[in-house]
Write a protein that binds this ligand. Sequence first.
Ligand SMILES: Cc1cc2nc3c(=O)[nH]c(=O)nc-3n(C[C@H](O)[C@H](O)[C@H](O)COP(=O)(O)OP(=O)(O)OC[C@H]3O[C@@H](n4cnc5c(N)ncnc54)[C@H](O)[C@@H]3O)c2cc1C
Length: 354
Amino acid sequence: MGDVLIVGSGPTGLTLACDLARRGVPVRVVDRRAGPHRESRGKSLNRDGMGAMAELGLSERISGVGRELVLRKYFDGAHVNDTRLKDVLFLGQWQIEEVLREHLASLGGRVEYDARVTGIDQDPEGVTAHLADGRSIRAGYLAGCDGGRSAVRGLLGIPFEGTTKEAETMVLGDVRAPDLSRDVWHQWFTSDGGAVMLCPIPGTPVFQLQASPEQQADGTPLPPSPEGFQRLFDRHARMAGIRLTGATWLSAWRVNVRMAARMREGRAFLAGDAAHVHSVAGGLGMNTGIQDAMALGRVLGAALGGEAGARPLDAYEAERLPEAARVLADTSARHRRVVAAVREPGRGTEVGLL
Ligand SMILES: Cc1cc2nc3c(=O)[nH]c(=O)nc-3n(C[C@H](O)[C@H](O)[C@H](O)COP(=O)(O)OP(=O)(O)OC[C@H]3O[C@@H](n4cnc5c(N)ncnc54)[C@H](O)[C@@H]3O)c2cc1C
């Protein structure tokens, strides 16, 4: 029986796996995906995220992939503002996951793919996770690091309280723009409330595209499409001759501000997006999940390693639940600041990061 079963191999699950493995705790990591992805998703590590990477001995690897960036704001097509961000390293989420996966492999661990958790039973000695293909896995403890739509959270019966802002949506994708400079994070805003942002993912030809969606005649947003990305770019960036090609990871995203009512149920824990989701303003989602993982690693590692004076397992929720509430309030305030700032020519999304 593995000591800890980690459900989900995003940044949260992989950070926890690396932290437990370095403490000598046997871990298994399962993921419903067929294999690793290459989606840019969460694309920045802040000082706390970098601190966690340093604790795992990964500063050099991560710094070798990521880069610092200047935010360049354009208003109605004119370049109005550049802001150099300090203490923020940009890289694609898949690149962070790759570094963590390789590190886990060096510690003797690996991700088991095609393994979707669909059921959980607990008893005083351990947890049994049931998989969609009929297998089951027994462990001492289970960590639900399975993202915002967490199956583990649902199976544990933990409410996900908060709001979904149907009107606040964004279309997202990874695209190429061969003739666009890759030295800055381009952010175009227009006086009619439109927005397109293209952030270069380092070491690749890819930009992450974020944009306000096109509206249909009845006011509902059009789903993302490669042609729609080009139309949005032409309309808001007003830069003739730039073609967006090779679109992948086309998605629509709504602002959800929600957190789990509890982060522990017996021998099972929640961490990362499974426990809290919020606005992307401030780039705190993945970074907060990484902090959850390090906190859970400390508590489980100490308990399972029989460390003298180990803190009780409840210490995890006592530390991280108030932090989740703080991050929800903080990112909502950052979101309001960003929405107001981008409507003025002189200020931009940097107000959410400062
Ligand atoms: C456009 C955008 C920009 C962002 N920018 C930033 C940023 O700059 N900085 C930042 O910190 N955050 C950012 N975020 C947020 C960040 O992407 C998330 O907070 C982060 O992905 C959460 O990581 P996680 O490991 O908790 O969950 P996820 O990354 O969602 O990973 C969950 C994993 O669990 C697996 N899984 C799900 N269900 C099951 C199941 N039943 N059984 C087994 N496996 C399962 C999934 O396949 C997945 O691999 C951004 C998000 C978006 C959309």
